[in-house]
Design a protein around this ligand. Structure first.
Ligand SMILES: Nc1nc2c(c(=O)[nH]1)N[C@H]1C(S)=C(S)[C@@H](COP(=O)(O)O)O[C@H]1N2
Ligand SMILES: [Mo]
Length: 411
């Protein structure tokens, strides 16, 4: 070990420089892939590519702890060197804190199944908070240091003797070029992703301060379907006392909107009595109320949702499933998204074709007028803008399952 440390410390200055460069690239890759992953715009656009980007983000994220360990071997000396530079010491602590925090919360998100929704939820909020504090900090850091390069007397890393011993006369082309590229890319990043970053920032801040966001979606509901469904007493309370947590609007298409003229609800395929209802006919059906939790694989959950709607099993009974049928296939009115359940899964009591959430019509952003709810499974099964159910004989692989999500969606 002693020999190893000695070797590590030998080219100390040069190592610190390349460590810094490596770390810069890692943070840049994580920032780009991370922003793509949370941006709604890229969600529909990338499709399968999104899953690859997710794996890249995870792999680079896991690797990001290596420079931290390596730095710790050099830390004592570096720390001494920064004795009279409290701001730079502060900077080192901030960067280490960010990297360790991102790493820890990232590992929990990656292992969402093992740790369960409660912990994933905390990890996601932490990961996001660190991002909206850390990313502006790091972009600022890159830009200011880029300016410092033009004033060589302000460069600290230069002061490390080893570099000067190794490259006595020449400036450090490695550091200069890399820092320049990183700074330029950083600025490009700020300009191109800035708007979606700010928008996301706004919504994260909004989602931390009470439940205004869902009211905003209700206010902005693009659907015009008359009459409004009249909530059952259990819904009006609402039974669950009001949902806890916040939905993130996920969609792979532009948000569709519906009116009485273009909305209908169909059950067909391998059934005895296929039907197609308009809105009024849909509202005539007997509804039930249930309270359940809603979990997304990306780490967020909404607890105690009071959903009102028609249990799927009731609809299937009404249509009369033929003996040959094995799979229930769900179609979204967005024309793109589908998913499926086996007949056995579809028989669970809490699988619901929902029209109301906490006593109010489901707004268009959240999949209204009618969406599927499968509480015991991750929410990619909960097809938004549901307008057709088809009974089929074959298996059907859903939208995200084609793109790499687990076929087994049990929470
Ligand atoms: N039509 C459609 N349904 C969908 C999706 C989608 O992109 N399109 N995303 C799924 C995923 S991954 C989740 S987590 C939930 C999100 O529901 P929300 O947007 O109401 O929060 O919807 C599911 N149903
Ligand atoms: Mo999801």
């Amino acid at each position: 070990m002693g020999g190893f440390l000695e070797r590590v410390r030998k080219g100390y200055g040069k190592k610190l420089v390349s460590l810094h460069a490596w770390n810069g690239w890692i943070v840049l890759i994580l920032a780009l892939t991370g922003l793509i992953l949370i941006s709604g715009f890229w969600r529909g656009f990338l499709g399968e590519g999104r899953v690859w980007i997710k794996w890249l983000h995870i792999a680079v994220g896991v690797a990001s702890i290596l420079p931290v360990f390596y730095y710790l071997l050099l830390a004592a000396k570096h720390w001494r060197q920064l004795k009279k530079k409290p701001w730079q010491r502060f900077n080192v602590l901030v960067v280490l804190g960010l990297l360790v925090g991102w790493f820890g919360s990232g590992v929990l998100l990656w292992q969402f199944r093992a740790v369960g929704p409660r912990i994933s939820n905390i990890a996601l909020v932490t990961h996001d908070l660190l991002t909206w504090v850390g990313l502006p900090y790091i972009i600022y850091h890159s830009i200011t240091r880029l300016k410092w390069l033009k004033e060589p007397n302000r460069r600290t890393i230069k002061n490390t003797h080893a570099v000067e011993v190794l490259h006595p006369a020449a400036p450090q082309p490695v550091y200069t070029r890399r820092a320049f590229i990183r700074g330029a890319v950083g600025m490009g990043l700020a300009v191109t992703l800035g708007p979606s970053f700010l928008k996301w920032l706004g919504s994260s801040i909004g989602s931390m301060g009470g439940s205004q966001t869902i009211d905003k979606w209700i206010e902005d509901n693009a659907n015009v379907l008359v009459p409004d469904p009249v909530p059952l007493p259990a819904s009006t309370l609402p039974l669950g006392g009001g949902a806890e947590g916040h939905f993130r609007v996920y969609t792979v298409t532009p948000i569709p909107s519906f009116t009485n003229d273009n909305w209908s609800f169909t059950i067909d395929g391998l059934v005895d009595k296929p039907f197609k209802w308009n809105w009024e006919q849909f509202l005539e059906q007997k509804r039930l109320v249930q309270v359940s939790d809603f979990h997304c694989v990306t780490g967020w959950s909404v607890y105690k949702n009071t959903w009102e709607g028609i249990p799927l099993k009731t609809l299937l009974k009404q249509a009369g499933v033929k003996a040959k049928a094995r799979t229930v296939k769900f179609y979204s009115g967005d024309g793109v998204y589908t998913d499926s359940l086996t007949l056995e899964q579809a028989d669970l009591d809490d699988v619901m074709v929902a029209v109301m959430h906490d006593g109010k019509p489901i707004p268009s952003d959240l999949g209204g007028p009618v969406r599927l709810i499968v509480p015991k499974m991750y929410a990619y099964k909960s097809v938004k803008w549901l307008n057709r159910i088809e009974l089929i004989e074959d298996d059907h692989v859903g939208y995200w399952e084609v793109r790499g999500y687990a076929k087994d969606a049990w929470v």
